[in-house]
Design a protein around this ligand. Structure first.
Ligand code: SAJ
Length: 440
C-alpha cells in the first residue's frame, strides 16, 4: 500500500492502528485514537496489563481524569483490544511505538525495549505500514538505530516497503488526556510525504498545531525542550544558593526579575525528579557523543539539580547544630516522596536521594506522603518525636499546615527546612522553630 492509499484510509478513519507499549503514553494514545473512531490494537508484554485493559480497567496508578471512563467506553465499543501477541500486527496500517527509552548510570541511552519491539514487528508487519516512534530519542536514533533495525527485521527498505517517522510524546502524568488533545506535536517523517501523513493522522486527535519536520528535528525538539527546562531550573537553583549566601530572598528576587521583559526565571527547589527532565538532557547530549562538541552547560545543569537533595541535608545539618543537635541519631520527618506535587509518581524522586543521604549520615528518616499509600495517614501522628522536618514536595495537602500544630505534634521538634517555598518564615520562627529554606 502506498502513502496516498494510506492517507485515504487515515482520512476516512478506516486505517487499522496498533500501539506497542501500553504504559501511561501508549494507553492514553490508544484510547484517544479509538475514541476518534479508529480500530486500535494495543500490544503489551505484561499479561496482567493486557487482561486489565481488555476488561476496560486502567492498569495505571495515579489520578488520570477521564481515562477510566474513556477506556471502558472504547473497549466496550470494540474499538480497542489488547494482546501480547505480535502476530496480530500483520494487518495493521499504522503502528505507534511507545516504550521506555531510559539512560543508564553513565547517561547512555538504553534502547533494549525499542530494539525488541522492532525485532518483533519487522517480520510480521505488512507492506506499506507506517511506523511511528513516540518515545523520546537521542538525535540520530531514528536513522542510526530504528531504520536499520526495522529494515533488517523486515528484510525491507524504508520508504519502499514501510514508512517511518518520529512524533515525540508531550504528555504529563495527571494530565494525560488533556495534554494529548491540546498540546502541539512535531510530526517528523523520514520523507516530507510521510510527515504529512503523520500530521493527517494526529490531526484526528490533536486540537493544536501539528508541525511537520524531518526525524532529526523531531528528536532535537523533544530533548531540547526538556534540556531547556532542566537548565532553567538549575539557573534558579544556583541563584537560590547565591541568595542564601548573601541574605537575599530568592522568591522576591525571582518575582522582580520576572517583571523584566523576556525573563522567566523558573522555581528553585529541593531537586528535579521524574522520568523526563532528568533523562532527556542526556539523550540530547548523546546525540553528539561521537562528535567533537564540547557540552558544558547541559551536564553542569544536571549536576546542579542533582545536588539539591544534598543541599537540603546541609541546610538541615546547620539548623540542627543551631538547636544544639547533630544529624546522626536525629529523627527527621520527610514531607513528600513523589517527584511532583499532587502526584504519586516517585520515579527519580529527589526525596529518595535525600532519604539515602540521611540514613547514610546516621539519621532516622520518617517519610510522609498523602499520595503514596505506604506513607500516607495522619501527618501530625507520623512526625511525633521528630527533631526536624524537611519539606520536599509541595503537595496541596500540605498547604493547610500551620507551624504551631507541627510544634505541638512533636515536643522535640526544633527545625523546619522548606524545599518548596510552602511556609512563611515568620510563622515558622514564631512557632519557636528554626527555619531554613532553599533560597533563604
Ligand atoms: N521543578 C523545579 N522547578 C521548576 C519546575 C519543576 O524544581 O520550576 C521540578 C519538579 O519539582 C519536579 C521536576 O522538576 O521534581 C520535573 O517537574 P516538571 O514540572 O517538569 O514535570 P515533568 O517531569 O512531568 O515534566 C513533563 C515534561 N513533559 C514531557 O516530557 C512530555 C515537561 O516537558 C513538561 O514541561 C512538564 O511535564 C509539564 O509541565 O507539562
Amino acid at each position: 500500500m502506498g502513502l496516498s492509499e494510506l492517507r485515504t484510509k487515515i482520512d476516512d478513519r478506516t486505517a487499522r492502528l496498533a500501539v506497542v507499549g501500553l504504559g501511561y503514553v501508549g494507553l492514553a494514545v490508544s484510547a484517544v485514537f479509538a475514541e476518534a473512531g479508529f480500530d486500535v490494537l494495543g500490544v503489551e508484554l505484561r499479561p496482567e496489563r493486557v487482561e486489565s485493559i481488555n476488561e476496560g480497567v486502567v492498569p495505571l496508578s495515579g489520578n488520570e481524569p477521564g481515562l477510566a471512563d474513556l477506556l471502558a467506553e472504547v473497549v466496550k465499543a470494540g474499538r480497542l483490544h489488547a494482546t501480547g501477541d505480535y502476530a496480530n500486527l500483520k494487518d495493521r496500517d499504522v503502528v505507534l511505538i511507545a516504550v521506555e527509552t531510559p539512560v543508564d548510570e553513565n547517561h547512555v541511552p538504553r534502547y533494549d525495549a525499542l530494539r525488541a519491539v522492532l525485532t518483533g514487528l519487522g517480520p510480521v508487519m505488512k507492506a506499506g505500514t507506517l511506523v511511528i516512534v513516540e518515545s523520546t530519542l537521542a538525535p540520530g536514533t531514528m536513522d542510526n538505530v530504528v531504520r536499520p533495525r526495522l529494515e533488517e527485521a523486515s528484510s525491507g527498505k524504508q520508504n519502499q516497503d514501510f514508512y517511518l517517522g518520529h512524533c515525540p510524546e508531550r504528555v504529563m502524568p495527571g494530565r494525560l488526556l488533556k495534554n494529548l488533545r491540546t498540546v502541539s506535536r512535531v510530526a517528523g517523517g523520514m520523507t516530507p510525504e510521510t510527515a504529512e501523513a503523520m500530521a493527517a493522522l494526529y490531526r484526528k486527535i490533536v486540537q493544536a498545531e501539528l508541525d511537520t519536520a524531518d526525524c532529526v528535528t523531531a528528536e532535537l525538539v523533544k530533548t531540547t525542550e526538556n534540556a531547556y527546562r532542566d537548565v532553567q531550573i538549575a539557573f534558579a537553583n544556583e541563584v537560590a544558593l547565591i541568595c542564601e549566601a548573601v541574605g537575599g530572598d530568592v522568591w522576591k528576587v525571582r518575582e522582580l526579575v520576572n517583571k523584566s521583559p523576556g525573563r522567566q526565571m523558573h522555581m528553585p527547589g529541593a531537586g528535579v525528579g521524574g522520568h523526563c527532565i532528568p533523562k532527556d538532557p542526556w539523550l540530547l547530549a548523546h546525540g553528539v557523543s561521537d562528535k567533537d562538541v564540547p557540552l558544558r552547560l547541559i551536564p553542569a545543569a544536571r549536576a546542579v539539580n542533582d545536588s539539591m537533595p544534598l543541599h537540603m541535608v546541609d541546610l538541615l545539618r546547620g539548623a540542627l547544630r543551631e538547636a544544639g543537635r547533630e544529624l546522626p541519631g536525629a529523627r527527621i520527618g520527610v514531607l513528600g516522596y513523589a517527584y511532583l506535587e499532587d502526584s504519586d509518581d516517585t520515579r527519580n524522586s529527589p526525596s529518595e536521594e535525600l532519604v539515602r543521604i540521611l540514613r547514610e549520615q546516621g539519621a532516622e528518616a520518617v517519610i510522609h506522603d498523602p499520595w503514596i499509600p505506604e506513607y500516607s495517614g495522619d501527618l501530625l501522628a507520623r512526625i511525633r518525636g521528630c527533631d526536624a522536618l524537611v519539606l520536599m514536595v509541595g503537595h496541596s495537602a500540605y498547604r493547610w499546615i500551620d507551624p504551631p500544630s507541627l510544634k505541638a505534634a512533636s515536643e522535640r521538634l526544633r527545625v523546619l527546612v522548606d524545599g518548596r517555598h510552602l511556609f512563611d518564615a515568620g510563622e515558622v520562627t514564631a512557632a519557636t522553630l528554626i527555619h531554613r529554606a532553599v533560597g533563604g
